[in-house]
Write a protein that binds this ligand. Structure first.
Ligand SMILES: [Cu+2]
Length: 238
């Protein structure tokens, strides 16, 4: 358990924001390891050094002022430092990009996802059981997600973003990310993270990050495919 590190079983972080979150996580993790090791050493020392040999009590001593100041001040400084780092990072991650290179509109509903690319009119919808939705994104691009729910509270969570956000009916929420040089397939990397009813567990989706040129080609292909189909809107909310 001690050796587990944040990069173990999760997909690697694929956005700049995810990398920042991971840095904060690692800072907390390794500081916690340090505190754990320090306390363990003290406990082992006391257990061995002051183990019972006869009925005499060890030397009793009260009020070591410098020591008390030290063990109050050091944790205080550590906690304030972690607070400051967290505050700065959360603010940076929360900043919404006003001029994103791509906007994706996310609609959550019981119990699937719809991803729309408004600039090109392309829509992706997850279907029943086997047909899991795929969120396709370009690498090295800033993306704004605008999200809404058609029914209950859902939560959009892509583990490789190290980020989740609730989607509340009647309210439009947004966040933005800068996708890194992370072309690749991330199967089942996305889930709904808010229990939303019977088939909540089926609200999984995959993430596919394409090189920008491949992404443009994908959009063109989807746009021409979809213009020859009947409107996909009918599939939602029925
Ligand atoms: Cu849901």
């Amino acid at each position: 358990m001690i050796l587990w590190a944040s990069s173990g079983t999760l997909d690697p972080p694929i956005t700049d924001q995810a990398a920042e979150t991971e840095r904060v996580w690692d800072l907390f993790l390794y500081l916690a390891y340090g505190v754990f090791a320090f306390v363990l050493i003290l406990v082992v020392y006391v257990v061995i050094r002051f183990r019972r040999r006869d009925d005499r009590l060890p030397r009793q001593k009260h009020y070591n002022i410098p020591l008390e100041i030290a063990y109050t001040l050091i944790p205080f400084v550590v906690v304030m430092g972690l607070f400051a780092v967290t505050f700065v990072t959360v603010r940076a991650i929360d900043e919404t990009d006003e001029n994103p290179e791509l906007t994706v509109h996310v609609t959550a509903f019981q119990w699937q996802w719809k991803f729309e690319y408004p600039e090109s009119g392309v829509t992706v919808i997850g279907g029943a059981d086997s047909d899991i939705a795929e969120l396709v994104l370009p690498a090295k691009t800033s993306v704004l997600f605008e999200m809404e729910s058609l029914d209950v509270i859902h939560s959009f969570w892509v583990t490789a973003f190290r980020f989740k956000r609730d989607i509340i009916p009647g309210r439009s929420t947004s966040f933005s990310v800068d996708i890194g040089d992370a072309a690749g397939a991330y199967p089942n990397a996305g889930v709904c993270a808010e229990y939303c009813g019977l088939d909540h567990a089926k609200m999984q989706f995959s993430v596919l990050v394409l090189e920008p040129d491949d992404f443009d080609a994908w959009l063109v292909e989807q746009a021409s495919d979809q213009s020859s189909e009947q409107p996909v809107e009918q599939a939602v909310g029925s």
